[in-house]
Design a protein around this ligand. Structure first.
Ligand code: F6R
Length: 620
């Protein structure tokens, strides 16, 4: 099984209190939040006692389960879960109940010190039914309430002083059926204000059809919500005046976080998602690296006679970058295989081989079958997946989640950069174990990784500049993407992104390979994108640019800030921050994602759902 690390989840939260039937309002709200991605859903109501219902899978599964049940209630909390602690299952879905089943909680976020709290609570006799951090929290609140003889509100306030992490919490109490208590730190929470009714949700999309008056709850605030009363308190228990805002957004805009498309939203999420993929694993200030359960396989990786990376599409490109990283850092031969080819060609594989399966969805049929047969032949399977509890994650002996959160845009963006970050950590872990890296280089690369999120932020600031470039080349019939070394797979990824999103024919090549064929395509109508950052290959790439220039090709160059040579040769330049060549692909791909996006939009393409493509390819 894959190891689950700390991760701010993308779960959805909805609640209602007021004169309407609460369950249908919450159910509809949960459906509105489906775009966020989730793996299970649940609700709790109070009607002759507290009742909680939860189900793995779609909200519709939960709905089916509840047909015919007595669901009358004027209070309801609901949740869609994207698994972080514990695999997706009915048992791990929210709401979770206290030991006496009087309190129900839904929670979005992470309780980083849940293991310590769980240990203490177990010693006090608490029994847990799930693997979640959330259940620990509700038991902790119950324990404080019982031992301090205080209200649930007070118990929550005390509990939160000990909780480390990010959260939005909603609590209901069977003995107080007219109140919802909520708290927030680090995860979003919106209150909708109606007439004699209130709504709560992770974003305004479940609320907007009922009211446009909302209050955004701030970090460390506690909310006591009744049908006709909203009390907001700070962590010192002082009453705050709610700042009521009027929403003037459309529903679709809210779901996309104000961006026009999910793809753009996901591109812009990358400073956070890359940070999340490193969080809890990398501590540059202490010079440490911790890969959870994967660390147990560091010895196996170190002794592997070779590593075979199997993947498809964008994930295969991440595998190619990892080949460069792992061979350089660990001196272990790495092969990168298209899963679809690997599975059919009766590969020579067996004990001593380590297979790394890279997959965003964790459900790609080709990758899944490829690792199944390699596992049968005795290879060790490690998974790098984004979706927790996915088939590839379950089939793997061990692995690491990429923690990029749900990726809705069909074209992979944030999952790719998270894959690169995690694969780099794997390379560093093995190199350290094997002694193939000096302490100084190890620390340098930890620092370099640590600096990536900020560098991505500065590249995103070039969005408008890249849009202007996109406008200039949007009518080209073909594109060529070239790079060498670590940037060669990025050239492939740039070409794939452009093909998918804009339907323009594009090819990626190693820059030097161009003269063996593709150069025949070059004329004044062909835009050639060079990924030409300052690295070992720089001088060689400059020569390749000259070769294109001599044939009148149009050159768009992604270069390192401060470069004074290539800008003098290129038609258009995108400067990105300096980075060690080993981690540079994580940032050099960002301008290419934006270029594809803008060209796709300018050409009127459906960038979130390109024709003929599916997000998860579960057929051969
Ligand atoms: C490209 C893209 C696909 C996927 C490929 C593998 O933008 O999204 O090429 O990368 O289908 O999917 P996963 O990573 O889910 O195995």
């Amino acid at each position: 099984m894959l190891v689950q690390n700390k991760f701010e989840s993308m779960c959805g939260i909805v609640a209602y209190i007021g004169s309407r039937e609460a369950y249908p309002v919450v159910l509809k709200g949960l459906k509105r939040l489906e775009y966020r991605g989730y793996d299970s859903a649940g609700i709790a109501i109070i009607n002759k006692g507290l009742k909680a219902y939860k189900k793995q899978g779609k909200v519709a599964n939960l709905e089916d389960e509840l047909v015919g049940k007595e669901m009358h209630s004027h209070i309801c909390i609901g949740h869609t879960r994207w698994a972080t602690h514990g695999e997706p299952s009915d048992r791990n879905a929210h709401p979770h109940l206290s030991g006496d089943s009087k309190l129900a909680i839904v929670h979005n976020g992470i309780i980083e010190n849940y293991a310590q709290l769980k240990h203490e609570l177990k010693n006090q006799g608490h029994i847990f039914k799930s693997d979640t951090d959330t259940e620990v929290l509700v038991h902790f609140i119950e324990e404080i309430r019982n031992s301090n003889f205080c209200s649930v509100e007070e118990a929550l306030r005390i509990a939160l002083k000990r909780v480390v992490g990010a959260y939005v919490i909603l609590l209901i109490d069977q003995d107080n059926p007219d109140t919802i208590i909520a708290a927030r730190k680090g995860s979003p929470l919106v209150i909708g204000i109606g007439k004699g009714e209130h709504f709560l949700a992770s974003d305004a999309s479940p609320i907007i059809e009922y009211t446009k008056e909302v209050v955004y709850v701030n970090d460390y605030e506690l909310v006591i919500l009744r049908a006709d009363e909203l009390i907001l308190k700070n962590s010192s228990n002082e009453i705050q005046t709610p700042y009521i805002q009027k929403l003037d957004m459309e529903l679709a805009t809210i779901e996309k976080g104000g961006f026009d498309h999910f793809m753009l939203k996901e591109v812009f999420e990358q400073p956070q998602t890359i940070f999340d993929s490193l969080r809890g694993r990398l501590d540059a200030s202490k010079g440490t690296l911790n890969m959870g359960g994967l660390s147990e396989y560091a010895g196996v990786l170190k002794d592997a006679k070779r590593i075979i990376i199997v993947a498809c599409g964008t994930s295969w490109h991440a595998g190619l970058v990892a080949e460069y990283m792992i061979e350089e850092l660990c001196r272990i031969p790495v092969e990168v295989e298209y899963a679809s080819e690997f599975r059919y060609r009766n590969p020579v594989v067996g004990p001593g081989d380590v297979i790394i399966a890279v997959s965003q969805s964790g459900e790609t049929a080709d990758t899944l079958v490829a690792i199944e047969s390699a596992k049968e032949k005795g290879a060790i399977i490690l998974g790098i997946c984004n979706v927790v509890g996915s088939s590839i994650a379950r089939l793997s002996h061990a692995g690491a989640y990429t923690h990029a959160g749900p990726e809705i845009g069909v074209a992979s963006t944030k999952a790719f950069t998270a894959q690169l970050a995690v694969l780099c950590l794997v390379g560093l872990m093995v190199a350290k174990e094997k002694g193939t890296i000096t302490a100084q280089r190890f620390q340098h690369l930890l620092d370099e990784l640590d600096a990536i999120p900020d560098k991505v932020t500065s590249i995103l600031a070039l969005n408008e500049h890249i849009k202007i470039i996109a406008r200039k080349y949007k009518d080209a019939r073909d594109f060529l993407f070239l790079g060498r070394g670590y940037n060669f797979p990025i050239a492939l990824e740039g070409a794939l992104k452009l093909k998918e999103i804009s339907y323009i024919h594009a090819e990626g090549y190693p820059a030097a390979e161009m003269k063996h064929g593709p150069i025949a395509l070059v004329d004044e109508n062909l835009p050639v994108v060079f990924v030409a950052t300052k690295d070992t290959y720089y001088e060689k790439v400059v020569s390749n640019i000259q070769e294109i220039k001599a044939r009148k090709g149009k050159i768009i160059a992604v270069v390192t800030e401060g470069d004074q040579v290539i800008p003098g040769m290129a038609d258009d330049v995108i400067f990105i921050p300096e980075a060690d060549e080993l981690v540079a692909p994580i940032i050099s791909v960002i301008p290419l994602q934006l270029l594809s996006y803008h060209i796709g939009v300018l050409k009127g393409c459906d960038v979130d759902k390109p024709r003929n493509l599916a997000k998860s390819v579960t057929v051969e």
